[in-house]
Design a protein around this ligand. Structure first.
Ligand SMILES: [Zn+2]
Length: 317
């Protein structure tokens, strides 16, 4: 029957068309699903990479701080100690160093900020000399922002103001000549370095649980604010005895300190932060921190037992 033949052919065509449509839809769904899956996979990959990078960064931070803490041992976080640690490693290529503890600016800066007993009745002088070797830098006298220093690098990567270099070299030579072994563990520091020391301290305080909004003020109590550290001048040095490389009060008993305290003035260097002058210097006793002031001033300061603040007040105002 032609009719039914035609109908059967029509049905087959319809059936074929339906199958094609079905196949097309199936393919479309497959494409859509694949696209979504690829998209999700890429998204997950990106998230994974991002997380990995973050974890890695945190890991590096932790590793850095852990390492620093280990090197630090029982050391405090003060700027001399932190500054010294970096260079001690170089200096101690010859000798392994243990813990280094420093206290520059501790306590007294705190007194300054809280109006504590250390400051009572003291009127702090302002920098009052035009001579480069007598520039006054302390918590009350910041380094001018345009201060320039020409550096001379020492063999262990330390650097000082080129103008005090010959006398420093002479002093170190003579100290060695006396059978001693002094080590310069810290010298010139850039403003950036000082800022980094302060930031490090702040970061450590936060890690140790200090609230974020209090960390900056807390850090400034033990690390000089950038611009108020004598180390930025290139005229200050931390010198220790190779047999006892710790920035602690006991440093004063080492043969090197005994020699330096007795002789450094001859080369124009003074022990900058004597034990009984903290109320004037703003820095507690540091029997390792020497400052170049020139031979003339150093001689008078030594003979009359004056710190730089007292010397300037007496002779330069
Ligand atoms: Zn120092």
């Amino acid at each position: 029957m032609p009719d039914s033949k035609e109908q059967a052919a029509k049905r087959r065509r319809k059936e074929a068309a339906r199958r094609r449509l079905k196949e097309q839809r199936r393919r479309e769904v497959w494409y859509l699903r694949t696209t979504v899956l690829i998209f999700l996979a890429v998204l997950l990959l990106l998230i994974g990479v991002e997380m990995f990078m973050r974890i890695r960064e945190q890991g590096q931070d932790v590793q850095f701080w852990t390492q620093t803490q280990e090197e630090e041992g029982k050391a405090s976080d003060t700027e001399d100690a932190m500054g010294a640690r970096e260079t001690m490693a170089a200096a101690a290529g010859e000798k392994e160093t243990g813990a280094i503890a420093g206290t520059e600016n501790a306590g007294v800066r705190e007194g300054e900020q809280t109006g504590g007993s250390g400051d009572e009745g003291i009127s702090h002088i302002r920098s009052c000399s035009d001579q480069w070797n007598l520039i006054l830098v302390n918590p009350w006298n910041a380094i001018p922002n345009d201060y320039q220093v020409e550096l001379e690098y020492l063999s262990n990567d330390q650097a000082v103001d080129v103008r005090c270099y010959p006398m420093l070299q002479q002093m170190m030579d003579d100290c060695h000549g006396a059978g001693l072994d002094p080590v310069i563990c810290s010298s010139w520091r850039s403003r950036e370095k000082q800022e980094a020391l302060l930031a490090n301290k702040k970061y450590r305080l936060i890690l140790a649980g200090t609230p974020v909004d209090e960390a900056a003020a807390e850090a400034a109590k033990t690390v000089a604010l950038p611009g108020t550290s004598e180390h930025e001048l290139g005229l200050a040095l931390d010198i220790v005895d190779s047999a006892y490389m710790e920035l602690e009060t006991e440093q004063e008993d080492t043969p090197v300190q005994q020699w330096l305290m007795e002789n450094s003035w001859k080369y124009g260097f003074v022990l900058r932060y004597p034990s009984d002058k903290s109320h004037l210097t703003g820095i507690i006793y540091e029997p390792w921190h020497y400052r170049y002031v020139g031979t003339e001033a150093a001689k008078i300061m030594y003979e009359e037992d004056l710190c730089l603040e007292e010397y300037l007040e007496k002779y330069e105002t």
